[in-house]
Design a protein around this ligand. Structure first.
Ligand SMILES: Nc1ncnc2c1ncn2[C@@H]1O[C@H](COP(=O)(O)OP(=O)(O)OP(=O)(O)O)[C@@H](O)[C@H]1O
Ligand SMILES: [Mg+2]
Length: 450
């Protein structure tokens, strides 16, 4: 075992080797701020920590330590490090995992699937929540979810939590806040159930990990909100580069995220995004006077088109028009039919939208209309999460926001929402003026981004 853990500090479900425990020096000395984390005994954990606190290193060493300490022979113990994307896992954690693993004689380091198999056959492997289906059907003894504020919120309830069931595995969420999202809910749960959850908050003003000079300098280069989020663990700051975050927050404050009932007097429309990775996102909405009422949202992946038709047909009202992106007109090689033809064949009334000349222009149009949108709190929950987390790419090296949206779990729902806005006749005309001012001038600016 590692020198950083005291004897006896293991989870009940993990079979610790009796006596004869060999100490291996991996050249790692836990930062004092993380000692409580390494010695936690609760099954669930949540850590809020400032940037550069040493979160990723602590996660990796913790997994290695558990893997080495688990003496179960069959089935081989399995541990996972999960980052928001697989590429992020590789960039941030793989170097640390290899470095520690290479000091343990007899460890197999597998570049092909970013895993290490230790001499006791325990495995530590890296994953990304962008491809969480890979985690399906596997058991885990323990997982750490790093940068939990950015992970796809569906990954936990649908795949990661079930994967812990048969071995009664543990999980720890760790990260810097990213607005009032899924990670915030987990943090609240951890605070409310201290008998079940280990929780820890590490603010830069308290840990002393970063020097006062460094923090002073950072403060001068960031907005007060950004500084509070990144270094003081505040959940209230707007998400960096979020296109709609502050407008969704305003909708919430103004009571526009509430129970929004179907209005019999108004027609119902849908807008679809037939996304990459087979994710399809559908918003269901009505235009009531000057307001737009979003009354339902559905998203799924790896399903046949007919699955979505069945979902639409099961709704307790009929759909006046289903709006699809322009590429729904393209013929599929296998069937020779386009997706829009397929949907029409199944009895849906469909229209396809013109190809956009400027996504940024369309985003700006959405922003100008969001203050007239109402959302059903329950039925549109996932869609609202997507709108909050839809953001521009951030160039870490240049430390600037790019003019391109980030493709992540939130982008399909946000794209579908954009189609709902540009679908209306009045907005189709307006769209041109937004293209003229933004698209044609090649402006990189979207108003109100933080
Ligand atoms: N226990 C430790 N002893 C010495 N150096 C450490 C330790 N833990 C982390 N570091 C160093 O601190 C720096 C930040 O570590 P790490 O990447 O784990 O932080 P982080 O909190 O995940 O950062 P970010 O917020 O950027 O994701 C790295 O240079 C790492 O090598
Ligand atoms: Mg990190």
């Amino acid at each position: 075992m590692l020198t950083s853990l005291e004897e006896g500090e293991v989870y009940e479900n993990e079979e610790e080797e009796e006596g004869n425990v060999e100490e291996i020096d991996l050249g790692y000395e836990a930062r004092s701020q993380f000692r409580l984390f390494h010695s936690r005994t609760k099954r669930w954990g949540c850590i809020l920590a400032h940037r550069r606190a040493g979160k990723t290193v602590a996660c990796v060493i913790d997994l290695v330590d558990h893997a080495l300490a688990n003496a179960r022979e069959y089935p081989a113990p399995r541990y996972a490090y999960i980052a928001p994307t697989f590429a992020q896992a590789k960039d941030t954690a793989w170097g640390y995992l290899k470095e520690f693993a290479s000091k343990i004689p007899g460890t197999e380091i597998r570049e092909s699937d970013l895993s290490c198999i230790f001499p006791n056959k325990s495995v530590v492997r890296l994953y990304g929540s962008d491809n969480y289906d890979r985690l399906r059907g596997i058991y885990f003894d323990g997982v750490i979810i790093d940068e939990a504020g950015d992970i796809d919120p569906r990954a936990w309830p649908e795949v990661i939590r079930p994967a812990l069931a048969d071995r009664q595995g543990w999980a720890t969420f760790i990260g810097t806040p990213k607005g009032m999202n899924f990670f915030y809910d987990i943090y609240q749960q951890a605070k409310n159930e201290p008998d079940k959850w280990f929780s820890l908050t590490l603010k830069a003003s308290e840990t002393g990990i970063l020097t006062a000079g460094e923090l002073h300098d950072a403060k001068h280069m960031m907005t007060p909100e950004q500084y509070e989020q990144e270094f003081e663990c505040s959940f209230t700051a707007a998400i960096k580069g979020s296109y709609y975050g502050s407008l969704i927050e305003a909708a919430d404050v103004e009571g526009r995220i509430t129970k929004v009932a179907y209005d019999k007097a108004a027609p119902v429309y849908t807008s679809w995004d037939l996304g990459i990775n087979d994710t399809t996102a559908i918003w269901v909405f009505q235009i009531v006077g000057n307001e737009r009422h979003y009354i339902n949202y559905y998203e799924n992946a790896n399903q046949e088109l007919s699955h979505y038709v069945d979902w639409i047909k099961a709704l307790p009202y009929s759909i006046e028009m289903n709006y699809l992106p322009h590429d729904a007109e393209a013929r599929e090689l296998q069937s020779g039919k386009s997706r829009i033809q397929f949907l029409r064949g199944r009895g849906l009334t469909c229209d396809s939208l013109d190809k956009t000349k400027s996504v940024i222009g369309d985003i700006e149009l959405v922003r100008s209309i969001l203050n007239r949108c109402w959302f059903d709190k329950e039925l549109c929950k996932r869609g609202i999460e997507c709108l909050k987390m839809y953001q521009s790419q951030y160039n870490e090296r240049m430390q600037v926001l790019s003019n391109k949206p980030l493709h992540n779990w939130a982008s399909n729902g946000a794209d579908s929402f954009r189609y709902s806005i540009v679908s209306g006749a009045e907005n189709r005309a307006k769209r041109q003026s937004f293209w003229d001012t933004l698209g044609k001038t090649k402006s990189k600016y979207v108003s109100g981004l933080v």
